[in-house]
Write a protein that binds this ligand. Structure first.
Ligand code: NAP
Length: 204
């Protein structure tokens, strides 16, 4: 079975990779022990088919600090503990030229041309793969059309600061919309599938 590559994007309307406060953002959506629909579809529903999560060095370090089981606060909701157990268990790939000690179980470093890294992972045994950021890494994924599908969480804020998802794109990329959902506090969740080109190797 081919390993599906999914890219996750969490952005403000102006394409910044931050998590700002806005009305409702810090309120539990319904039952605080249950994930909202976005989290469920992007993560909880996929715990059984995803075996690898890829992160740029800065995101890896941030996730290790906040989302490893060691980093969880007792007041965190139960589904975030489940997320941490999943992240601890799954294979984590940290992209980095400089990091040597990862200090998180089931982790390894990879480096080099992103298309080659992804091709190498696809050739290995395993389940599906999530590309979890950060924004700079995902920008390259989109520019080079390297994922099979994309989940966007768009927050109802024009933020004006923070890392940018959108930068110089060298070619037009068409995506096929699979679903569009608006959420309780004004977020929009978009799920797109990649449209494959005849000569993707021309993209740099
Ligand atoms: N899902 C998320 O993770 C997420 C979502 C939204 C916002 N954010 C925020 O975004 C910020 C981090 O995002 P970012 O875009 O600045 O950084 P990032 O993508 O997490 O990390 C960038 C680093 O990854 C390494 N890297 C990337 N591609 C590589 C490759 N092909 N080979 C080797 N190393 C590679 C490099 O590390 P070296 O310098 O070690 O070579 C590079 O400096 C954080 O502030 C975070 O809070 C993260």
């Amino acid at each position: 079975m081919t390993r599906k590559i999914t890219a996750n994007l969490y952005m403000t309307i102006d394409g910044r990779g931050e998590f700002p406060k806005y009305p409702g953002s810090d309120l539990p959506s319904g039952d605080p022990n249950e994930p909202d629909e976005f989290f469920r579809r992007m993560w909880t529903d996929r715990y059984s088919d995803v075996t690898t999560v890829v992160m740029g060095r800065r995101s890896f370090v941030g996730h290790r600090r906040v989302h490893s089981l060691k980093g969880r606060k007792p007041s965190d909701p139960k589904f975030m503990f489940d997320y941490s157990r999943f992240l601890d268990k799954v294979e984590k790939v940290c992209l980095s030229h400089r990091l040597k000690a990862l200090d998180w179980e089931n982790s390894r470093v990879m480096k080099g041309d992103l298309a080659k890294v992804i091709a190498k992972l696809k050739a290995e045994k395993g389940g599906n793969i999530i590309l979890e950021g950060g924004p700079r890494l995902i920008q390259e994924v989109i520019r080079r059309n390297l994922a099979d599908d994309y989940w966007f969480l768009i927050m109802p804020v024009v933020y004006g600061r923070g890392p940018r998802y959108w930068g110089a794109m060298t070619a037009q990329t068409n995506l096929k919309l699979l679903s569009a959902t608006s959420m309780r506090y004004g977020e929009v969740v978009l799920h797109y599938e990649a449209v494959r080109e005849k000569s993707p190797s021309k993209r740099k």
